[in-house]
Design a protein around this ligand. Structure first.
Ligand code: ATP
Ligand code: MG
Length: 416
């Protein structure tokens, strides 16, 4: 096909084998999240650009260089959402839910970031995210982490590490920020260009630099968790004891800062060693100031998002479901009858492949390829007797039966 017509780099098609994995992950998420009282929301993909500039922060990578942003025909500045939290907060405020008690939401859907495409890093990808509005205590932090843990555990993904940190709050972060900045200035000759920019805009993000030589300079950098105020310290301690009480394996990592401006206190990532540099499968944290930042009343909140494609890469192949019955019509005279039988079998709940008539050999070959459990052979004799010949492809046994008997037979053999 012509180069011009190919999909955009970093934007992939979800073909059947891939979608089977996605559906499995989504079903596990829906099941686990429901047990924690989270309800699904479906929010817009297009949002006003200002929403992300204000919420995620104009100095973040996401907003400063990764957004698909454009002016539409009416002159509005809009973009394809790069993440789900800002839009969730917007929807929560817009619906006037701030006085309706805590809200537990989850979403599944595509996000867009113009990043450099590579394994595990796409320009259109999907996130499964959860947001919990109106809760401030460490108990809820433990609970949402337990939910994330249960989700990944039920997916059967092994060798994951939960890394957790505290980013402090507006009471303790400024003093720490100054201390960190003073440290970074001493080392500035040895830090990369990105680090220099971040020193001006958001010094905490320097800790997140992926360059090895920068990381070497940061070994003895001051850490936020050693500079927490009493409230943040007690929040963090209670959170850690909660994780211990629930036997959720975790590691405190003072370098976790997250790439978005809105986080405070609890920040976490769940990481696998199996995907190289793109090893974070789930990430999130507390964002107590964001609802207020968007013009609502002070409302603490916490959430996370997991990358569906990264999770899918960690799962084994999921086999296609096989057909229960393949319908084979012998001769043009029976084609209408065969279609009717296929229809009745489907109404009876069977998964049916109609082999399309024509040569018997071709039809049997097709039935074989679809790995059909039974074959329903229909010739003129069967049509006159209002029956069909049902062949069990495992035992080779054949019987002439009514369509009702065939349905009962298929369902009893394939019910599992
Ligand atoms: P990373 O450090 O990998 O860039 P991030 O901090 O940008 O991640 P978040 O914005 O917190 O990630 O998104 C949460 C999750 O969404 C990530 O942990 C990852 O699994 C997934 N994700 C983020 N960006 C991409 C992408 N470009 N392609 C595929 N998955 C992604
Ligand atoms: Mg990123």
């Amino acid at each position: 096909m012509s180069e011009q017509l190919r999909s955009i780099r970093g934007i992939h098609d979800g073909l059947p084998a891939e979608v089977r994995r996605w559906r499995y992950i989504e079903e596990v998420a829906q099941g686990v999240f429901a047990r924690y009282g989270f309800c699904e929301v479906r929010l817009p993909v297009l949002e006003p650009t200002a929403l992300f500039v204000r919420s995620v922060g104009s100095n973040t990578d996401i907003v400063s260089k990764e957004m698909y942003r454009f002016e539409d025909q009416g002159g509005d500045d809009i973009c394809l959402r790069p993440e789900g939290t800002a839009g969730s907060v917007r929807a929560y405020l817009q619906a006037g839910l701030t006085r309706s008690g805590a809200q537990r939401w989850f979403y599944i859907g595509p996000m867009f970031r113009r990043e450099r495409p590579q394994k595990g890093r796409l320009r259109q990808f999907q996130q499964i995210g959860a947001e919990w509005f109106g809760v401030s205590g460490p108990a809820e932090d433990v609970e949402i982490l337990a939910m994330a843990h249960a989700f990944l555990d039920e997916l059967g993904i092994a060798d994951l590490t939960l890394e957790i940190n505290s980013l402090g709050c507006p009471a303790c972060r400024p003093a720490y920020r100054d201390k960190l900045l003073a440290f970074l200035k001493q080392r500035s000759d040895d830090l990369c260009g990105t680090c220099h920019t971040r020193m001006d805009t958001n010094p905490l993000r320097v800790l997140d630099c992926k360059t090895a030589s920068c990381q070497a300079q940061l070994n003895d950098a001051p850490e936020m968790i050693a500079h927490l105020c009493a409230d943040c310290q007690s929040h963090f301690d209670t959170l850690i004891s909660g994780l211990q009480a629930l036997d959720i394996p975790h590691r405190i990592n003072p370098r976790i800062v997250r790439g978005l401006d809105y986080y405070n206190r609890t920040a976490f990532e769940i990481i696998t060693g199996k995907l190289g540099a793109q090893g974070t499968v789930l990430a999130g944290g507390r964002y107590d100031g964001l609802v207020e930042e968007q013009g609502g009343p002070p409302t603490p909140a916490i959430g996370f998002a997991a990358g569906l494609e990264r999770l899918a890469m960690l799962l084994p192949e999921i086999a296609d479901t096989q057909a229960d019955v393949a319908v084979i019509a012998l001769g043009d005279a029976v084609s209408a009858y065969a279609l009717k039988i296929a229809d009745q079998l489907r109404r009876g709940g069977c998964r049916v492949i109609h082999c399309g008539g024509g040569s018997a050999k071709r039809q049997f070959k097709l039935a074989d390829r679809e790995r059909a459990r039974f074959v329903a052979v229909i010739g003129e004799d069967e049509m006159h007797a209002a029956s069909l010949r049902l062949k069990d492809m495992q035992s080779g046994e054949q019987v002439d039966v009514s369509v009702q008997t065939a349905i009962a037979q298929c369902r009893s053999m394939t019910a599992s």
